[in-house]
Ligand binder design. Structure first.
Ligand code: NAD
Length: 494
């Protein structure tokens, strides 16, 4: 069956049709157990469509198809340049359909269409192109050994890799996973988030059109506890790469360890500090702090959710930050000036509102917002908490919503200690005009990414990933290729 929807919105007009099956071995198929899942529009709370949902039996079929494709029509059978060409073709098709991808993500995720278009999907295409360029540059080294020997390394594909992604940047996450795995010669079984499966289905139609051999990329929609768990456990799947919550990451690592000891790459949650010193450029610091926490409705793993402000600039910063947070345009994802749409789901909405209640109960002050907007859908006001203490739940746990916790500090030593007082370590920002302090603090913060005088930035050519419980391994850049290759050492006796 097919999902067809006609959009007549200020940002996107047109009809989109996507098949609703599981994409296995180059075909759309019906799930073995006939399962379905509902896709909900978070702007209205209403079901948009019901799609096919796979379970363990479907993952098994997909893994076998991927294994066969790896042995016969991908992996070491296909030169890197050929793989790169197909990937470039796929990127070109993604470009042709970018407006449709953005519309499907705005519909199921609730993010602004313009953001989905210009950030998520342009980013997804650029990632595909970047790794297409790497496909014929997966080189080993020759190594000196002081013996009569030729010694060299080869970076071989792992085989079948499993990939599990979340809902916050659906197409960007998908490309971030698929592109380096393809470039290095692996075949794939990927499960999108059950909350945002539609754009992945459109992507499946392009895999076919680009001409990938059947079984190279298999995309199986379904729930985490069934299809996701089956990917982590499957004996033919030799690696699992996951982006999502730390809780789920732990389950995946356990399942991977108990099955075939498959290696894991985990991109998990965060509670990133944003440290603003008295000598910062106030206007810039406010601008970036707004982007840091409120971009994508606060649904960013690297959101600057703990804002530490030095006492001399505190009042001025808070005034301007509050002013700008109040002006954020919250509304219909398809309206051209919307910055913030609804939160992604009822569950997330209730979770965030629960955190807001806990902040109030723990004695923090709601300085701005704190309430639902309207009666329909899952809209929440941009919210600022002041009077936050280090032991409060709102300061310690990832909220994944438009909620900033603001705290005052006196000295550099004190703020570095507070900023690092978290189990997470994904990203951190520091604002100051003092170059020595900027670098000293950036190095002292325990995070995989440190931003100086900016926030929430990624570059395709820069690695991204977590310290501590924010993850294992790096995505983006050349570093991501390591996630998908096995290094073989070859000793040749001369
Ligand atoms: P989630 O962990 O609930 O789900 C993520 C994915 O895992 C989904 O596809 C889900 O179906 C699947 N899943 C759930 N249970 C599973 C299980 N037992 N076994 C296998 N798969 C399972 O996370 P979410 O709510 O979709 O996403 C939000 C979280 O993702 C946040 O914590 C956020 O910080 C994190 N995130 C991290 C990054 C990063 O790069 N570090 C990027 C985006 C999101």
């Amino acid at each position: 069956s097919t999902f067809t929807k006609t959009f007549d919105t200020p940002t996107f007009k047109g009809t989109i049709a996507v098949p609703l099956g599981l994409y296995i071995n180059g075909e759309f198929v019906v799930p073995v157990e006939g399962g379905t899942l509902d896709v909900v529009n978070p702007a209205t709370g209403k079901v948009v469509t019901s799609i096919a949902a796979g379970t363990k039996a479907d993952i098994d079929i997909a893994a076998k198809a991927a294994k066969k494709a790896y042995k016969t029509s991908w992996g070491l059978k296909v030169p890197g340049a050929e793989r790169g060409k197909l990937m470039m073709k796929l990127a070109g098709l993604m470009e042709q359909h970018i407006a449709e991808f953005a519309a499907l993500d705005a519909l199921a995720n609730g993010k602004a269409y313009n953001t989905a278009y210009s950030r998520d999907n342009k980013g997804a295409i650029a990632v595909m192109q970047y790794y297409a360029g790497w496909a014929d540059k997966i080189n080993g080294k020759t190594i000196e050994t002081n013996e009569n020997k030729l010694a060299y390394t080869r970076h071989e594909p792992i085989g079948v890799v499993g990939q599990i992604i979340p809902w916050n940047v659906p197409m960007f996450s998908l490309s971030l996973k698929i592109a380096p795995a393809l470039a290095t010669g692996n075949t794939i079984v990927l499960k999108p988030s059950e909350i945002t499966p539609l754009s992945a289905l459109l992507f499946c139609t392009l895999i076919k059109e680009a001409g990938f051999p059947p079984g190279v990329i298999n995309i199986v929609n379904g729930y985490g506890a069934t299809a996701g768990q089956a990917i982590s456990e499957h004996p033919l799947i030799e690696k699992v790469a996951f982006t999502g919550s730390t809780l789920t990451g732990r389950k995946i690592m356990e399942a991977a360890a108990k099955s075939n000891l498959k290696p894991v790459t985990l991109e998990l949650g965060g509670k990133s500090p944003n440290v603003i010193f008295d000598d910062a450029d106030l206007e810039q610091a406010v601008k970036w702090a707004i982007h840091g926490i409120y971009f994508n409705h606060g649904q960013n793993c690297s959101a600057g959710s703990r804002i530490f402000i030095q006492e001399g600039i505190y009042d001025k910063f808070l005034e301007q930050f509050t002013e700008q947070a109040r002006e954020i345009k919250v509304g219909d994802p398809f309206s051209p000036d919307t910055y913030q749409g609804p939160q992604v789901s009822k569950t997330q909405f209730e979770r965030i509102m629960g955190y807001i209640d806990s902040g109030k109960n723990d004695g923090a002050t709601v300085h701005l917002g704190g309430n639902q907007i309207g009666q329909e859908g899952y809209f929440i006001q941009p919210t600022i908490f002041t009077d936050c203490q280090p032991n409060m739940k709102i300061v310690r746990e990832e909220i994944f919503g438009p909620v900033a916790c603001v705290m005052k500090f006196k000295t550099e030593d004190e703020v570095v200690e507070q900023a690092n007082d978290t189990s997470y370590g994904l990203a951190a920002s520091v604002f100051t005009k003092d170059i020595d302090r900027a670098i000293r603090v950036a190095h002292a913060l325990e995070a995989g990414t440190a931003w100086i005088n900016c926030a929430n930035q990624t570059e395709i050519s820069m690695p991204f990933g977590g310290f501590k419980q924010s993850g294992i391994g790096r995505e983006l850049s050349e570093y991501a290729l390591e996630n998908y290759t096995n290094v073989k050492a070859v000793h040749v006796n001369i």
